[in-house]
Design a protein around this ligand. Structure first.
Ligand SMILES: *Cc1c(COP(=O)(O)O)cnc(C)c1O
Length: 481
C-alpha cells in the first residue's frame, strides 16, 4: 500500500522547507569533498553563477527556440564553444541535451537512421563497444534495436583495436571509444579506432562525457593526453557533459556531429499532428531553460583560463592521491589513468572491505566489478579533502588487514547466499537481497557493510537472476519509504 496520499491542503512554506532539509540529513555530504562520484563542484563562487543563471531562466522552455531567442543564443553558443574546444571547424554541428545518457542515445539513434538511409541493405545494425564503454550505449541499443558486440580490453584497460577489428561484420554501423572510459579513467586508442572506422567507412562515436571538459585543459597544462577529438579524422560524433568537469548545473551535455547529414538523422519531425507541426532535435520535448542558461553562464564566467586553473588544482590533487596510495601499499591504482578518474584496487586485501571501512569513516566511493575496485572521480572540491582521505585510507587498509575473522564470516555468508541462490525460489532470493538493499548503494547512508553483498552478487551462479534482482531493487528505490 502506498502510504502517501495527495495533500488535501497546501502546507506552509516553512514546513515544506523544514521537511526538505530534514530529508537531506542522510544524504552523502558532497560539500565536504567526501563523495567521489555524482557531484562536480568548483566551489561557492562558480556554483552561485550557475544557480543565478538557472534561476533567471527558471521558467523558460527550450522546446521552441523561436519563442525564446535567448535560449537559442545560449544553446548555439555553448555548442560552438565546446566544438571549438574539441578541435571542431565550422562544419561541426550539435545540440545540448539533458546529460551524457541522452547525448549517447542520440548518437546511436543518429547512426542507426543514417545507416538506414545509406545502407538500406543492413536490416539488423550492429555497434562494437569495448567492455568498458558506458551502459548508456546498451540502453541505446535496447531502446533503438541495435545489436551490441562488447569487445575485450588490453591489460592497460584500453580498447583492444584488434578485438574490435575481429568483431566487425557486414552489419557494423558504429564503433565506440571513450575519452576516458569511466571505470578506470583511461582514454581508448581513438586514433587507431578512427583509422579502422575510416577504412571500413563506418561511424565512430567518442564518448568524452567525463573527459571533454577536462582533457583539453590537462593537455594545456602539459600532461600527455592522447588524441581523442575532432582533430582525429574518422571521429564522426562526440558527447561531452557540461554538468561534470564543465561545472554547470545538472541537465547539461552536448552532442556534436562531424556533418549536418549525420545530425539530421538524429532529429524528429512530424507534420501530421492535430496540434500542428512538431519538430525536436533530441529526446526531450520541454527542456529546462535553466540548465541551458547555467551552462552558458558558467562557460563564459570561467573561460579557458578559469578551467585551466581548476584543472591544475584537480591534477595536482590526483598526483597527491596517487603518490599517497603508492606509499600506503596493499592498494593500487588500476592501469595508468590519463586524467582524474581512478580505480582503486588491491592484490592482497578485499577492496570492498576497504570500501566499507571508508564508508564508516564518512567517504562515499562507488564499488566496481571486473576487477573489483573502488571508483574515484577527483574534482575541484577534493583538493581540500585529499589529505584526510589518504589518512582514512591508511586506517581503512589497516582495519581490513585485521579483519580476518570477519572476513571468514563474510565468506561464509557469501557461500550461504550462493547455496541459497541454487535452491531458493526466485521470489525468496529477491526478498533476501531486498533486505540488504541499502548496502548496495555503498552503505554510506545506513553505514551497512556491503562487502558480503558485493561478493554475493559477483558470485551468483546465473547472471540472469541478477538482472531480475536489480529490477526488484530499482522498483524498491522508486517506491515511497
Ligand atoms: C557520466 C558518463 C556518461 C553518462 O552521463 P549521464 O550524464 O550520467 O547521463 C556516459 N559516459 C561516460 C564516460 C560518463 O562518465
Amino acid at each position: 500500500m502506498n502510504p502517501i496520499s495527495f495533500p488535501a491542503r497546501g502546507h506552509t512554506r516553512a514546513s515544506i522547507f523544514d521537511a526538505m532539509r530534514a530529508a537531506r540529513a542522510r544524504d552523502v555530504k558532497w560539500q565536504a569533498g567526501r563523495v567521489f562520484s555524482l557531484v562536480f563542484d568548483a566551489g561557492d563562487d562558480v556554483r552561485a553563477v550557475a544557480q543565478q543563471a538557472y534561476e533567471l531562466f527558471f521558467a523558460e522552455n527550450g522546446l521552441n527556440p523561436t519563442a525564446f531567442p535567448s535560449l537559442r543564443k545560449f544553446e548555439t553558443e555553448v555548442v560552438a564553444m565546446v566544438a571549438a574546444l574539441l578541435g571542431g571547424d565550422d562544419a561541426i554541428v550539435g545540440n545540448m541535451t539533458s546529460g551524457g545518457t541522452e547525448s549517447i542515445l542520440m548518437a546511436v539513434k543518429a547512426a542507426r537512421d543514417y545507416a538506414r538511409k545509406i545502407h538500406p541493405e543492413i536490416k539488423m545494425p550492429e555497434m562494437i563497444l569495448p567492455v568498458t564503454a558506458h551502459p548508456a550505449f546498451d540502453k541505446a541499443a535496447h531502446y533503438f534495436d541495435v545489436k551490441v558486440t562488447r569487445t575485450a580490453i588490453t591489460a592497460e584497460f584500453r580498447a583492444d583495436v584488434n578485438a574490435t577489428r575481429a568483431a566487425l561484420t557486414p552489419n557494423t554501423i558504429l564503433l565506440v571509444g571513450s575519452a576516458p572510459q569511466y571505470a578506470h579513467g583511461v582514454v581508448d586508442p581513438i586514433r587507431e579506432l578512427a583509422q579502422l572506422a575510416q577504412e571500413k567507412n563506418i561511424l565512430l562515436h567518442v564518448d568524452a562525457c567525463v573527459g571533454g571538459m577536462a582533457l583539453p585543459f590537462a593537455r594545456q597544462l602539459g600532461y600527455a593526453i592522447p588524441d581523442f577529438d575532432f582533430t582525429v579524422p574518422g571521429v564522426t560524433s562526440l558527447s561531452v557533459d557540461l554538468h561534470k568537469y564543465g561545472y554547470a548545473a545538472k541537465g547539461a551535455s552536448v552532442i556534436l556531429y562531424r556533418s549536418r547529414a549525420l545530425r539530421r538523422a538524429m532529429m524528429y519531425v512530424t507534420t501530421e499532428w492535430a496540434g500542428g507541426i512538431y519538430a525536436s532535435p533530441t529526446m526531450l520535448g520541454t527542456r529546462p531553460g535553466g540548465a541551458i542558461a547555467a551552462a552558458w553562464a558558467v562557460l563564459n564566467y570561467l573561460g579557458a583560463d578559469g578551467y585551466l586553473n581548476l584543472m591544475n588544482v584537480v591534477m595536482k590533487t590526483v598526483e597527491l592521491l596517487r603518490a599517497g596510495i603508492a606509499q600506503i601499499g596493499d592498494v593500487k591504482i588500476l592501469g595508468n589513468p590519463d586524467m582524474s578518474v581512478l580505480a582503486l584496487a588491491s592484490d592482497t586485501l578485499d577492496i570492498y572491505q576497504i570500501g566499507d571501512e571508508l564508508s564508516a569513516r564518512g567517504w562515499h566511493l562507488d564499488r566496481q566489478s571486473f576487477p573489483p575496485s573502488l571508483h574515484l572521480t577527483v574534482h575541484y572540491a577534493h583538493a581540500a579533502s585529499a589529505e584526510n582521505f589518504l589518512d582514512d585510507l591508511q586506517d581503512a587498509v589497516a582495519a581490513a588487514k585485521k579483519m580476518s575473522a570477519r572476513k571468514f564470516f563474510d565468506r561464509a555468508l557469501v557461500n550461504a547466499a550462493n547455496g541459497a541462490a541454487r535452491i531458493l525460489p526466485a521470489a525468496w532470493l529477491s526478498k533476501l537481497t531486498r533486505g540488504a538493499s541499502p548496502a548496495l548503494t555503498g552503505g554510506a547512508a545506513g553505514g551497512g557493510r556491503s562487502a558480503a553483498m558485493y561478493g554475493m552478487l559477483g558470485t551468483l551462479p546465473n547472471r540472469g537472476d541478477l538482472h531480475e534482482l536489480m529490477l526488484d531493487l530499482v522498483e524498491d528505490f522508486t517506491a515511497p519509504q
